[in-house]
Design a protein around this ligand. Structure first.
Ligand code: G3P
Length: 216
């Protein structure tokens, strides 16, 4: 499974990239706004750090404006993936962009039926928001399971990108289900690495290593 980072903070992206395990980046308007930087400047720098797919989202919500904005975003770098909201005009935009060879990530997906429509429009990625579903009392990962099952039934190529990840358990379940990608906040990447037994074990090895005679 591919691991993306869900942030627009270039410091976090650089640190994650240094691990050598980062396959791509997703951003959204909220994450870009948090940086205080213009969208284009932010995405240009991210694309220079990470060679893998970098999702940048359109801010418009009408057909003509989304299409123009998506085409503009696609000029930033070859690895840009344009994020389009899962609304009626968004699906129309995805169909056109797919025909033009522009990669898309259909965002704000909360149901398997929405995901099927995105796949039929030719989306490169579908982003079910699992954490936000959990927040309203639905099991977010159930939706991921349904999408994977339905895409498998009909052979859709759209990749399932698990988004709104809040915990290591979301990542583990996504892997068990065979999702293509999980996009993970910086904090959760740290949680994937850390285990208290690793720390305790290492502390003991360091203490015992000091007792090993240097000679003879
Ligand atoms: O980038 C989309 C998604 O991952 C947002 O996550 O935590 O704001 O629900 P969150």
């Amino acid at each position: 499974m591919q691991l993306f980072i869900d942030t627009a903070d270039v410091q976090e992206i650089r640190e994650a990239a240094e691990l050598g395990l980062l396959d791509g980046v997703t951003t959204n308007p909220t994450l870009v706004a948090a940086t205080g930087r213009p969208m284009r400047e932010c995405l240009t720098e991210i694309c220079s750090i990470v060679p893998g797919p970098v999702s940048g989202e359109v801010l418009a919500t009408t057909y003509d404006e989304m299409l123009a904005e998506a085409r503009e975003l696609a000029t930033i770098a070859p690895n840009i993936v344009v994020k389009i909201p899962l609304i009626r005009d968004g699906l129309r935009v995805v169909k056109v962009l797919t025909g033009e060879g522009i990669k898309t990530n259909v965002t704000l997906c909360f149901s398997p039926l929405q995901a099927v429509l995105a796949a039929k429009a030719g989306a490169t990625y579908i982003s079910p928001f699992v954490g936000r579903l959990d927040d309203v009392g639905h099991e977010g990962m159930d939706v991921v399971h349904q999408i994977i099952e339905i895409y498998g039934n009909y052979g859709y190529d759209t990749k399932v990108l698990v988004a709104s990840v809040r915990s290591p358990l979301h990542v583990l379940t996504a892997m068990q289900m065979g999702a293509d990608v999980a996009t993970i906040p910086f904090k959760v990447i740290g949680q994937l690495i850390k285990h208290p037994l690793t720390d305790v074990g290492l502390a003991r090895f360091i203490a015992d290593a000091a007792k090993i005679p240097s000679k003879g």
